[in-house]
Design a protein around this ligand. Structure first.
Ligand code: BDR
Ligand code: CA
Length: 313
């Protein structure tokens, strides 16, 4: 069983990753850090609390992470984020407000404490802006050697970005943070658009969830997301499984084809947010990132569906 921290900007596909983590007996979810991106941090934290309450999960602590990029003092939510995830981040679906509160400890120090406690047994899966992990690496540089693995949903190696032709959403929120993670020397895995756009969930899947209240709410959320994919991505009848796919890497790396590359992120100019091979710095000691370039999409979708169905019965 893998010990996992999720760092989410919840967000519909983040919510899908959360359900997957809760339902999967091979994942021990140590805690969730809420961050910004699809939503503001405060809303992201509240969405996680509400969803955990709806799923009757009482033992997963929730922490608030950073509220904006490393080199900024404020975050402005992109219009497209409000559109694709709904104003409230969960497809305008009303989820009962949880009585539970977030932890007093902040998300970055929770990450650092967990690295100190669990070391190589810990995997961090980040599916929003990359600021929390970069901040943790700045505050505690030994983290790069101690942590087991950092799996990020973000970036695009040989496909187009989804915010600009160069940049994927999670990376463009804080390109400097992503660059510092890539160049840190930690075991980093990039689950980017190259693979997430190969995985599609349809309303045939979500219809099967409509057997209890939580299943209805989840199906409503994801159906909203599917409808938005028609408008935004020209994808009819399904949605990309960005964030759940990143989580699946933790226990199913055999589904993925990866290449090990020295990676960096462009932090300025027209190509800001581009995730790209660090060609000018290739030496034997240059840190490398495992970049996913292919995935057994059908196996993943089958596993996702059978796993989350355990919550919806
Ligand atoms: C990523 O951006 C966010 O909108 C999604 O939740 C996902 O993490 C996809 O580019
Ligand atoms: Ca996300």
């Amino acid at each position: 069983m893998k010990k996992v921290i999720l760092d989410l900007d919840t967000g519909i596909d983040d919510a899908m990753a959360l359900a997957y983590a809760i339902a999967d007996e091979e994942v021990e979810l140590l805690g969730v850090v809420g961050t910004y991106g699809n939503v503001y941090t405060e809303q992201g934290v509240q969405n996680v609390l509400n969803i955990l309450n709806m799923l009757n999960v009482k033992n997963v602590p929730v922490y608030a992470g950073e509220e904006c990029a490393l080199d900024k003092d404020k975050f402005d939510r992109l219009e497209v984020s409000a559109k694709i995830h709904g104003e409230n981040g969960v497809g305008q679906v009303e989820i009962e407000k949880s009585d539970c509160q977030k932890q007093e400890q902040d998300g970055v120090s929770f990450i650092i404490d967990s690295v100190k406690k669990y070391g190589k047994d810990l995997t961090i899966v980040a599916t929003g802006a990359m600021t929390n992990i970069a901040k943790a690496l700045r505050d505690f540089p030994q983290m790069s050697e101690l942590v087991g693995e950092i799996v990020i949903m973000g970036g695009a190696l040989i496909v187009e970005g989804n915010v600009t032709p160069f940049a994927e959403a999670n990376i463009i929120q804080d390109p400097q943070a992503a660059k510092e993670i890539f160049e840190s020397g930690a075991n980093v895995v990039m689950v980017g658009l190259d693979v997430t756009k190969l995985t599609v969930l349809t309303k045939d899947h979500t219809n099967q969830w409509r057997v209890n209240k939580a299943g209805e709410k989840y199906a409503d959320m994801v159906d909203y997301y599917i409808d938005m994919h028609v408008e935004i991505d020209n994808l009819y009848g399904g949605c990309y499984m960005h964030d759940p796919l990143a989580l699946s890497y933790v226990n199913h790396r055999d589904w993925f084809k990866t290449i090990s590359l020295p990676m960096t992120v462009i932090t300025q100019g027209v190509a800001v947010g581009r995730t790209i091979g660090y060609n000018s710095h290739v030496t034997e000691s240059t840190p490398r990132v495992n970049v996913c370039i292919d995935v057994k999409a059908d196996e993943f979708i089958k596993h996702y569906q059978s796993t989350v169905m355990k919550l919806f019965k």
